[in-house]
Design a protein around this ligand. Structure first.
Ligand SMILES: NC(=O)c1ccc[n+]([C@@H]2O[C@H](COP(=O)([O-])OP(=O)(O)OC[C@H]3O[C@@H](n4cnc5c(N)ncnc54)[C@H](O)[C@@H]3O)[C@@H](O)[C@H]2O)c1
Length: 340
């Protein structure tokens, strides 16, 4: 019987049920919601991988070259959501293992809605108003928000999520800027935004929202120098990947008032360490969410459905739809000619 290792099931453990119904031998790890107290240590993780035919990987888990070396039967690493930056994709390709994600439309809609929600929470001074009232106060100047209409919103990264944000903001009477060296201005203009260099976007935007993939080029792309270019009082929103921002530089910019505020769903280290200096700022300046702001019941259901189909295909010896390393397919086909 083919074995599927589900490294971190979530909530209702629907993925475990659906995979079991397909007749697979499913071994599952501690639930993601049991973080940070319960998770596999490296030895347990490798022991389960050693005879797995497919790995259903949770967002928190990391797969490296050493793991791949100890998993001779592994056909694919499947993710029920999008980001695979904790997976050694090059190593998987070299080993003839497919890396597969589940880019459902519901997933990107969730992140786009969330990014706009975070912008609005800041613009409307939602947390300041909330705190004032709970502290026994009523109307204060500090809690007075402003219109988003007339503001400039800069989107760094104009891929699927960036475009979804732009499309949704198109009717809000905002000025939309985009910085993305791999997009052309005609495509960006079609979605109501103007393509500009990153430096210009930073110096003109009231809100800067990051939507880049994390790679060697984007890691730390918002550092001290870039933060210094931002407008006084501007707000930085990050729902992409924590590594895109130099976190110590961000803390400094918030401390010295260079930056008005931030809204962060993703961090360098996740879960966010208890002693992270980011926790010192009140919610009216820095909104912190645990890499969940884009999640929704709809996107989870869609992602699980897609990933179950991918696992079933892989274990049948058929290439699934969303292979992120298609260059691995020839080696993969040579290794796995029959159902697992
Ligand atoms: N918070 C969440 O729960 C959540 C959910 C889904 C996706 N995400 C993340 O959101 C991000 C965007 O996802 P997506 O599906 O839109 O990805 P995508 O691949 O469609 O788009 C990424 C864009 O970044 C651009 N880019 C690359 N290098 C750049 C650079 N140096 N400067 C500016 N732009 C650059 C690319 O050209 C591309 O257009 C990813 O990091 C993804 O992991 C987060």
């Amino acid at each position: 019987m083919a074995k599927v290792f589900v490294s971190g099931p979530t909530g209702d453990r629907r993925e475990v049920r659906l995979l079991s119904e397909r007749g697979f031998d499913v071994v599952s790890g501690p639930g993601v919601e049991q973080e940070p107290k319960h998770r596999f240590d490296r030895d347990q993780w490798r022991r389960h991988l050693a005879d797995a035919d497919a790995l259903w990987i949770a967002s928190r888990d990391r797969l490296d070259g050493g793991d791949l070396g100890g998993a001779p039967r592994l056909r694919a690493v499947v993710k029920a959501s999008v980001g695979v930056d904790r997976v050694d994709v090059a190593g998987a390709t070299a080993a003839g293992v497919l890396v597969v994600n589940s880019p459902s439309p519901q997933n990107l809609t969730g992140v786009a809605e969330a990014a706009i929600g975070l912008v609005l929470a800041h613009r409307k001074r939602l947390f300041a108003a909330e705190r004032t009232l709970r502290d026994g106060g009523w109307k204060t100047l500090e809690a007075r928000g402003d219109l988003l209409a007339g503001a400039t919103v800069g989107l760094v990264g104009f891929g699927r999520v960036g475009v979804a944000v732009a499309r949704r903001l198109a009717a809000w009477d905002v000025e939309l800027l985009a910085a993305d060296p791999y997009q052309d201005s005609a495509r960006v203009a079609k979605h109501g935004a103007a393509l500009v260099p990153l430096e210009e976007l930073l110096s003109r935007s009231d809100f800067v929202s990051l939507h880049v993939v994390l790679n060697d080029e984007t890691r730390g792309m918002i550092g001290r120098e870039q933060l210094a270019l931002m407008k006084a009082g501007a707000v930085l929103v990050n729902t992409s990947r924590g590594g895109a921002i130099d976190e110590p530089a961000l803390v400094e910019a918030l401390q010295d008032g260079t930056l008005g505020g931030a809204a962060l769903d993703v961090f360098d280290a996740e879960p966010l360490p208890l002693d992270s200096p980011l926790r010192q700022f009140p919610a009216e300046r820095v909104i912190l969410t645990p890499h969940t702001i884009g999640n929704s019941h709809a996107s989870r259901a869609a992602g699980v459905r897609m990933a179950v189909e991918s696992v079933a295909a892989v274990l049948q010896g058929t290439a699934p739809e969303h292979v992120l390393n298609p260059e691995a397919l020839p080696a993969w086909r040579a290794r796995f000619t029959a159902p697992a």
